[in-house]
Design a protein around this ligand. Structure first.
Ligand code: UDP
Length: 349
């Protein structure tokens, strides 16, 4: 990025797992950041971890993005930014099935506030955290951005689909606005400094936090959800993307909107898959974690988890060619970083 600019980015949900890593990469790329987060699923220590890595303080506002007036008064009226990255959403698939209204209310309302205020304050650029969940189980793999979305298999997934559509229609109606939706595959790992990482509250739903907690002795045993899928070793295939690589994708998405004027309306709303393009099975991932870290992860085969797709991985050509972004970190290094973070959190070693 050109050195003469110190543009400010609002990172909504910036105290969370991907938000903290993205804030670090934005600041290291020369942006200023203001974080807005209600700390519903994050902790102020995460912001302190960011500050420790970047070596300076980062403006933080504790605010619920669903609260339109508070977001207006405490954030949009106070800080000069021209780009927003919107992470502020609930993300637990199982919980969303049990409490769909909570997910619709929170995830859609927070996006509505952000879009409303972007219009009001003439803020131009939005990066939205979408998810590969919008594809369901595609008929053909890898999934490209043109792969048809399928009926979401959870209210969480539905909020991602609905959010994408809300953004697309809003951008179409507001000529100064531009948006990029990033469809994340499976974000894992932690910052190499081990000052920030994933810190799920309660029992982890996701595979890698469950692995690291099992290795740390916090959980007795990892359940592998199914070994009878139509895959080489019978366990599910996913595309695991290092969280620092993923964070960099947000920076290049902001760069693109800041630096390159949209050539036409098609460029005002764009979608990119963010993954490695490489399928890895659950059993392979557990095995690699044990090998690179030299620590056992007790595990057993369990029943399939309802709602899981059998296999999905990304076609990353569009992000490679248009954004000039590609995943760089080796999976083994990512799993080392995940373990280093867990050990630091647990005070091990
Ligand atoms: N998984 C597992 N045991 C766990 C958590 C996850 O076997 O305790 C499997 C899950 O069935 C899926 C993969 O790990 O095949 C990734 O699951 P995760 O919840 O991390 O992400 P998802 O792909 O479901 O969004």
């Amino acid at each position: 990025m050109a050195s003469n600019k110190r543009k400010t980015v609002l990172v909504a949900g910036g105290a969370g797992y991907i938000g903290t890593h993205t804030t670090v990469e934005l600041i290291e790329a020369g942006y200023d950041v203001v974080i807005a987060d209600n700390l519903s699923n994050a902790d102020l220590s995460a912001v302190q971890g960011v500050e420790r890595i970047v070596g300076r303080s980062v403006p933080f506002v504790q605010v619920d993005c669903c609260d339109l007036d508070a977001l207006r008064q405490e954030v949009f009226e106070k800080y000069p930014f021209d780009s927003v990255i919107h992470f502020a959403a609930y993300k637990a698939v199982g919980e969303s099935v049990a409490e769909p209204l909570k997910y619709f209310r929170n995830n859609l309302d927070s996006l509505l506030s952000v879009l409303t205020l972007m219009k009001e304050f003439e803020v131009h650029n939005l990066v939205f955290s979408s998810s590969a969940t919008v594809y369901g189980q595609p008929d053909e793999l890898p999934a490209t951005e043109q792969t048809p979305r399928q009926r979401a298999n959870s209210p969480y997934g539905l909020t991602k689909q609905m959010s994408e559509d809300m953004i697309q229609d809003t951008v179409a109606a507001i000529p100064f606005m531009r948006a990029i939706a990033l469809r994340y595959f499976n974000p894992i790992g932690a910052h190499p400094s081990a000052w920030i990482g994933e810190l799920p509250k309660g029992v982890p739903n996701n595979l890698v936090p469950f692995i690291t907690q099992t290795a740390a002795g916090v959980r007795k045993e990892l359940a592998i959800f199914g070994d009878d899928y139509a895959t080489p070793d019978g366990s599910c295939l996913r595309d695991y993307i290092d969280v620092v690589d993923l964070a960099r994708a947000h920076v290049v998405a902001v760069d693109r909107m800041v630096e390159l004027p949209a050539e036409d309306d098609r460029q005002r709303y764009e979608i990119f898959n963010i993954g490695t393009g490489r399928p890895v099975s659950v059993l392979e991932l557990v095995d690699l974690f044990e090998r690179v870290n030299g620590v056992p992860v007790p595990h057993r085969i369990a029943a399939r988890r309802p709602g899981d797709v059998e296999k999905i991985w990304a076609a990353t050509d569009k992000a490679n060619e248009v954004l000039g972004w590609r995943a760089e970190r080796e999976l083994g290094d990512t799993l080392r970083a995940a373990w280093a973070w867990e050990k630091r959190v647990r005070g091990l070693e």
